[in-house]
Design a binder for this molecule. Sequence first.
Ligand code: WT7
Length: 654
Amino acid sequence: MLKEVYYPSEALSKNATIKSMDEYRALAEEASRDYEGFWAKYAKEKIDWFAPFTRVLNEDNAPFYKWFEGGKLNVAHQCVGRHIATKKNKAAIIFEGDNGDQRIITYRELWYEINRAANMFKNQFGIQKGDRVVLYMPMISEAAISMLACAKIGAIHSVVFGGFSAEALRDRIIDAEAKLVITADGAFRKGSPYMLKPVVDKALEHGCECVKAVCIVERNGEDIEWIAGRDYAYNELIKNESNVCEDEMMDSEDPLFLLYTSGSTGKPKGVQHSTAGYILWAQMTMEWVFDIKDNDTYWCTADVGWITGHTYIVYGPLAAGATTVMFEGVPTFPDAGRCWRMVEEYQINQFYTAPTAIRLLHKMGADEPKKYDLSSLRILGTVGEPIDPPAWKWYYEEIGGSKCSIVDTYWQTETGGHMISPLPGATPIKPACATFPLPGIITEVIDEEGNPTPIGEKGFMCVTKPWPSMIRTIWGDPDRFVKSYFGDCKKDGKPVYFTGDGAMIDEDGYVTITGRTDDVINVSGHRMGTAEVEAAVKKHSHVAAVAVVGKPHPIKGEGIFAYIVLKETIKDTTAEEMDIAQDINKIIKEEIGAIAVCDSIVIVPDLPKTRSGKIMRRILRSIAKGEAITQDTSTLEDPSIVKKIEDIVNSDDI
Ligand code: WT7
């Protein structure tokens, strides 16, 4: 008998797709016995192929793996078109606006909308297979429609989160050489309009000659500037288009989309996903991890600008023929009961959110859940960062009424879909634990030498076999793809995929994710590269040097902590410190966006550097956390600097 576990309810297990640990083990066993056979079986069963694949997995050019070669398919057909025969009047998307307005789009309507948008992209903007289209969109149904319309015609979309600044948007447009940008005038947040189109205008001010047109959805109706010959009204143009559009025949390995994400060094990388492997796993995990059933109403609170929004608001739920909720607003407006009111109103069966939201809702409205009928809930999900046991318990007891399974889903932009997660009808769960790799996902926790770490010890979370929904390359930079994810470590002669996360396996074999092992910080479930933030801080004319680290934050998970060294010329300017901090955050907002602003900025005389000039971030992380320094400081160029920095940080009471 396992200690401290929560077993799935009998009712849930009985009707679940995977009903027991025996079934789980049988599936995992099947996958390791005949890896290609396992994946071939599901690919045949789940995908509506236009032409069958002829080879399951091509490992000739590892780690540039190819799955299901020879197969022809279309993701818009897989997600919507093929469902028309059986689900034409079923709700595909339920949209709720910030102000409570609702729009319910059936599968039939969605199909027509996608076809009209696809025709518009082709006919009005000349978009062809392989062209890149950047989406800078609020959480409105046109975002999903545009993504699927791109998939329909074989255009590669790159959705840029609406919180990114003009600079960040410009970098991504240029890197992808996008031909078309789809945006909205703006949208609504907390009862007020906010704007997106002016950000696009600013991004396109220079360097974006690749962009031939901007297509603007009307959402908030605020005044925007129109540039003749470049800007077009989505709502006007789409009226002229036909409901009928032919599916582009896509190869399994054709890119479906790019999504930029932060790494530990350099600028964001355009993670490239495939067509067949991606959609297969998106659909399978909806069925396994969310146990989606035909009558379910499923809600994931993510934004379409992140991978969770791609796989688990748009592609996965629709491929599975589900009803997916899209919410424009924020969970705390008009009050911290918003989500629970929506759960009651739509009778949500699966609710999927981030630990940061759970902590915030717990703090702001611990009693709110009691005011609503949450009995429709069956499965609760969490994603994006390690969840802490108190937040987990509140979620389990107050939201789930101690009867729902919690799926703590561990995955990444690069993995396309879930990797390690409980199965709601099978896995006895432990608080704040991702539990076991899903069947077909072969993981290992290893040490520096590539050996499995002993029970209870931290190691590197790795994936030792390629899987269908994995990243294919970094757009335009295959070398960086290899360097970022594949070290020297090999298993069965093939390079091992490094996630960048630490993990630990306990005596029952359960996997707990312990957080990043590289220079990536996780702020409210958003991934930030310290190098990117540092590059922005360095733009301040008074800053000589900077080091950015993460510091635990009660709501956000991690906050951003910056140590700066001022230029000689303006040292001893304590009075100016406040302004400098404000100015630096202003620059960060311009360069990246408000999600990257620093919680603390401290001025220090110097940074702890080795004699070769490398900044010892681990020491800075410990100081920010208020931990005792256990690292060896004797190799530092100036060991006395550590004490000086500690004193400053402690006296500032940061
Ligand atoms: C990083 C990936 C995956 C979609 C959202 C974020 C962290 C993700 C968990 C979890 C602990 C988690 C990891 C990972 N992470 N899920 N359940 N438990 N940590 O996608 O922006 O690509 O970030 O989020 O550190 O590497 P992303």
